[in-house]
Design a protein around this ligand. Structure first.
Ligand code: ZN
Length: 155
């Protein structure tokens, strides 16, 4: 089975559960948007999904509404990233994975990192009336490439 097909099945299960919990109706068009979103290279922007949906004659409004529903249903996570201009990117949430990333404020480069100490610290936290499932942490700064560039221009 294709990776995107498996992702779509899992995503659809999440969506069905979410719609049921929130007493919302399932929609055929929304399912098409979901399958197209799962098939896109991750992460993607709303514009990229919109382009993929154009062939299916799905309206821009439907694309955005569907995306909001997918984020609410925790199928995709939305991240604001500065890449020249602020653009929201969407990425499939696979399983219940935690996410630790370093983000360069200059070039927008995003890198996954592992930090056992932070992961353990956050996972062990208890918040009243709240059941933690997973977390995201972004650490902002300047990447090695941008720092090198700065040193060069100074010299
Ligand atoms: Zn950089």
């Amino acid at each position: 089975m294709l990776k995107s097909a498996r992702a779509y099945i899992l995503a659809q299960e999440k969506l069905v559960r979410f719609l049921h919990e929130h007493e919302k109706r399932p929609s055929k068009v929304r399912n098409i948007v979901l399958s197209l979103a799962c098939a896109l290279p991750q992460p993607f922007t709303a514009e990229q999904l919109q382009r993929a949906c154009e062939a299916e004659r799905i309206s821009v409004g439907t694309v955005y509404n569907s995306l909001n529903t997918f984020v609410d249903a925790q199928i995709f996570r939305a991240t604001e990233r500065q890449r020249g201009k602020a653009a929201t990117e969407y990425e499939l949430i696979t399983g219940s994975s935690n996410r630790l990333q370093i983000v360069c404020k200059k070039c927008g480069r995003v890198t996954d990192i592992t930090d056992k100490a932070i992961t353990t610290l956050v996972q062990d936290r208890k918040y009243s009336n709240f059941n933690m499932q997973h977390f995201s942490l972004f650490i902002y700064g300047e990447c090695r490439i941008c720092r090198k560039k700065k040193i060069k221009t100074k010299a």
